[in-house]
Design a protein around this ligand. Structure first.
Ligand code: SF4
Length: 195
């Protein structure tokens, strides 16, 4: 996913959350054109999946509790809004965000996977004005090709991390076993029917 200037601000501010909230750790996240998905670990054991969306509604935060998820997300949204406004763009968040407490590793991995594939799905989403269909006779130039390629295999470690493996590497050594994501061009790309 290529980030716009606004997207880059949203991305940088997200990465900086732990600098402002020492008890927060970040996990998988993705900045999409109109929303953000991310997993936040608060303290040691409480993990939240969060979706924050851009919108035209007026921002109204309730009273914030120190250390709460509302405080973290409220601060994040304020920082992003301020930096974007400083660059002269009109921008507002939706007043609310959606969150869900992640209760076990299985759920954690499922949500990680959902976030991981979000960008790939957007690339091929018919509502994406920048998206185009792939012409197999031409070199591929869309970012993040592997997740939509039929040669991709997903490898999960016992600890729950996910790697993308290129199956073509088994028969053709010019293909890396573990491609550096995002792959922007690939002569071996064949679009899968999964999306
Ligand atoms: S063939 Fe290319 S696009 Fe497909 S999985 Fe391998 S490296 Fe990725």
């Amino acid at each position: 996913m290529h980030l716009s200037e606004m997207g880059s601000i949203a991305d940088r501010c997200w990465q900086e959350i732990p600098e402002h909230f020492r008890y927060v750790k970040l996990d998988e996240y993705i900045v999409m054109p109109n929303h953000i998905h991310g997993i936040i670990t608060i303290s040691v054991r409480t993990r939240h999946a969060v979706s924050v969306q851009k919108d035209n509604s007026v921002r109204k935060f309730g009273p914030l509790q120190s250390g709460s998820l509302h405080t973290i997300i409220g601060s994040y949204k304020s920082a992003v809004t301020k930096l974007i406004h400083e660059r002269g763009y009109a921008f507002r968040w939706q007043s609310r965000f959606h969150d869900r407490i992640i209760r076990n590793e299985k759920e954690m991995n499922r949500i990680r996977e959902y976030i991981h594939w979000n960008a790939a799905k957007w690339e091929w989403d018919e509502e994406n004005p920048a998206g185009t269909s792939h012409d197999a006779s031409q070199p591929v130039s869309h970012p993040g090709l592997c997740p939509t390629c039929t040669h991709m295999a997903r490898i999960e470690t016992p600890r729950g991390s996910t790697f993308i493996m290129c199956n073509l590497s088994k028969t053709d050594k010019s293909f890396p076993k573990y491609p550096k994501i995002p792959v922007l061009q690939c002569r071996g790309y064949v679009r899968t029917q999964r999306f």
